[in-house]
Design a protein around this ligand. Sequence first.
Ligand code: CAO
Length: 433
Amino acid sequence: MTLLIEIKVPDVGGVAEIDVVDVLVKPGDQVKLEQTLAVLETDKASMDLPSSATGTIKELFIKPGDKVSEGTLIATVIASEEGAGAAQPQEQPQQAAAPAPVPVEKAPEPVSEPAVAIAEPVRESVSIPVGTPIQAAHATPAVRLFARELGVDIHRITRGSGRKGRILKDDVKNFVKKVMAEGVAQGGSGIPAMPSVDFSQFGEIEEQKLSKIKRLTGQNLSRVWLNLPMVTYHDEADITEMEAFRVALNAEKSKDDVKITGLVFIIKALVAAVEQFPQFNASLSADGEKLILKKYFNIGIAVDTPNGLVVPVLRDVNRKGVNELTAELAETSNKARLGKLMPADMQGGCMTISSLGGIGGTAFTPIVNAPEVAILGVTRAKMQPVWNGKEFVPRLMLPLDLTYDHRVIDGVEGARFMAAIKQYLGDIRRLLL
Ligand code: CAO
């Protein structure tokens, strides 16, 4: 006579949803009385589910990730001759509840420093075949919460120092210590620190302290460089007509008026393109989960000052005309050079322009002024022979460099955005449309 025993989830104190964290057996396995068949987890505790019989697993009804409750059928066991534990032999399948599960969260045992096995983060090239079970980390909800609070991906700790490799709070702490120690040794970002060199051994030197602006700008640029996957797209806009219009406007001005520079038209063209492509007027949330779209149109302008680079912000550019922007740009860049900008003057930008056109250049790769998602670089306009289908004609061509955060902007979007800027600059009447 075969004795089939059903093993079910016992009373676990009225908890409605219990997570199956791990299943340690499969059909055909020999199991002993009290042997752990699965690891269950409630909001408050993790527990081993023991077998109530010695025998062979016939069928298994759960898998990791399932939710179970009191009475859920876990497995059927064909009891062996030598006994079925508490179960009495009978013809019908016996409905034996498993012995009360054994809570495994104990007072953490002292853990020596390197006891934690740290898993390498999964790299892109590693592909997990469909159907491959992913090993769940053994840890109680409290330990998982603790890890989450510290920003630790618990799956990077492959084995803890608790019973059966269970991850304890101390394992999480040791993991953090180890990662921090490695980071410090490598220069903070996992990159080896620059060596300190005594240059005086090669000749005379002088040490100059960096200005605060330069130090802070440097820190910010390094952070952006390391955090953003950036792409720079280069193109040229034909500004022959725009330049003729600018010269004509300036000719109307009196000697004391501020002259219009091409930059103001570039600001207007940029804003018109941003209105057309809202993803350029956005910021990625810090957790990378959301795109925050802005409904205001503020443009930052990189200004070179004796103390370093600053980026004052011109506000509501979409609502301002060329003359108003010209006056504002002159006043703001003047204030910047005199070191009179207030922190609020440099906040709230949507996109930035970095223009080196007054100096020269043919192209460069500006760094995005994050959390903005794109920056427009400008270098010196040059007369060039351009083929119009019949002949070469002299045209004033303005080089433009668009760097964007590739997490937010696709290459095609970047190219379309640049095409729109070129179209506005090529025919500034379009700014009226
Ligand atoms: N092509 C040809 N000539 C240009 C030009 C361009 N792209 N851009 C400016 N010019 C000309 C101007 O018309 C002006 O000519 P005139 O002297 O004949 O009137 C001259 O160059 C100087 O212009 P400007 O630089 O004073 O004025 P602007 O409005 O173009 O720029 C500002 C203002 C504040 C952006 C600029 O002075 C500045 O500080 N640029 C440096 C920005 C910077 O440091 N960027 C690097 C950041 S690192 O990523």
